[in-house]
Ligand binder design. Structure first.
Ligand code: MRU
Length: 351
């Protein structure tokens, strides 16, 4: 894995048999690009949060299978399919909650399986083309869901968001921030409250960076301030999702559940913006969604400085699940789902 600096503004892209991605651990201080040449390098970038956010992880997974196809020394189609399946196992094991990751792997493997019996160059090319198409589709989906969601954004009000569901969490444009971008492009004017999103600080480091670049007025708050502002000063909440169960329960960044409960208590609509690739109809409720446990070191350190005494235990569930009853609507690229989600989500996913 090599690192270079650049001003490229896509989050992740394919470049002549390599994957390039913005290193999100170095923002907002430095816009650095990581170059991954192998599946292991890409898997390490995913585990280390250099690339993150559910839609971006789906595209990263697809590019990972493309890397495996390009690097494979298989001499026949069967051996190549076995190499791709092995790469899929490595990629799926990186992070468990965002379903887009295993979805991206599966999209590529099924494309390759359809060509079983074909020669190595044919399968290789089909996988690379498939990954490129999936990346293009991700940007189209974000722009489409942005257009659907823009109508829900209040003109002149304040919107709160948690974590980063922006361009950096997808190939471009973003989901929750895609909705805000689309509303802004339509001429609506509003203010964004950005939860800092401890412990990884996606809000402070990434969402704030995107909004500053975009010229959308934003105020950074600590996570503990969200309830105070939701009481009287927020007209809508928009967040992304890592996995949405068939009943509409939503797994998203740790802290989202608390925001949703306080929003409902105060009559503030709570919107979730996500492509249909984030909906997992095979999971009936949120209880079945695996929650990633990350290292407690990320809690007891801030920007590399230890903030807690040695000897104290720390917990780090990276996501929580918001029950569907707190979700006002789910904005997808195919339209807006409302309760009862078991019906509305299935209709959108299968349309
Ligand atoms: O741990 P992360 O940074 O990958 O978590 C990201 C989130 O929780 C996002 O809100 C979610 O993936 C939606 S991104 C469009």
């Amino acid at each position: 894995m090599t690192v270079a600096t650049s001003t490229a503004m896509r989050t992740i892209w394919w470049d002549a048999g390599r994957v390039r991605l913005i290193d999100q651990t170095r923002l907002p201080h430095e816009l650095a690009i990581v170059v991954c040449e192998t599946v292991d390098e890409l898997a390490s970038a995913i585990r280390g949060m250099r690339v993150r956010g559910a839609p971006a992880l789906g595209v990263a997974a697809a590019f990972g299978i493309a890397l495996a196809a390009v690097r494979s020394e298989a001499r026949d189609g069967g051996a190549l399919l076995a190499d791709l399946a092995g790469a899929g196992r490595v990629l799926r094991a990186t992070r468990p909650t965002a379903v887009n990751l295993s979805w991206g792997v599966e999209q590529m493997l099924s494309r390759a399986r359809q060509l079983a019996g074909a020669d190595v160059p044919t399968i290789r090319q089909a996988v690379v083309n498939g990954a490129l198409a999936l990346a293009e589709a991700d940007e189209r989906a974000c722009r489409a869901l942005g257009r659907h969601g823009a109508d829900l954004v209040p003109d002149g009000g304040t919107v709160l968001t948690h974590c980063n569901a922006g361009a950096l969490a997808a190939v471009a444009y973003g989901t929750a921030l895609g909705v805000l971008r689309a509303a802004w492009e339509q001429g609506k004017r509003f203010h964004v409250l950005v939860d800092e999103t401890r412990p990884f600080l996606q809000g402070a480091r990434l969402t704030a960076w995107e909004l500053v670049q975009e010229g959308i007025p934003a105020t950074l708050i600590t996570d503990g301030m969200a309830a105070h502002f939701l009481k009287a000063q927020v007209q809508a909440v928009v967040v992304g999702a890592d996995r949405i169960a068939a009943n509409g329960d939503v797994a998203n960044k740790i802290g989202t559940y608390g925001v949703a409960v306080v929003a409902k208590e105060n009559g503030v609509p709570f919107y979730v913006a996500a492509p249909t690739s984030t909906v997992d109809l095979s999971v009936p409720t949120g209880e079945h969604i695996p929650i990633e446990e990350r290292s407690p070191d990320e809690v007891v350190h801030v920007a590399g400085v230890r903030i807690a005494p040695a000897g104290v235990a720390a917990a780090h569930p990276a996501f929580d699940v918001t029950p569907a009853r707190y979700v006002t609507a789910i904005i997808t690229e195919r339209g807006i789902a409302r309760a009862p989600y078991a019906d509305s989500l299935r209709r959108l996913v299968e349309s």
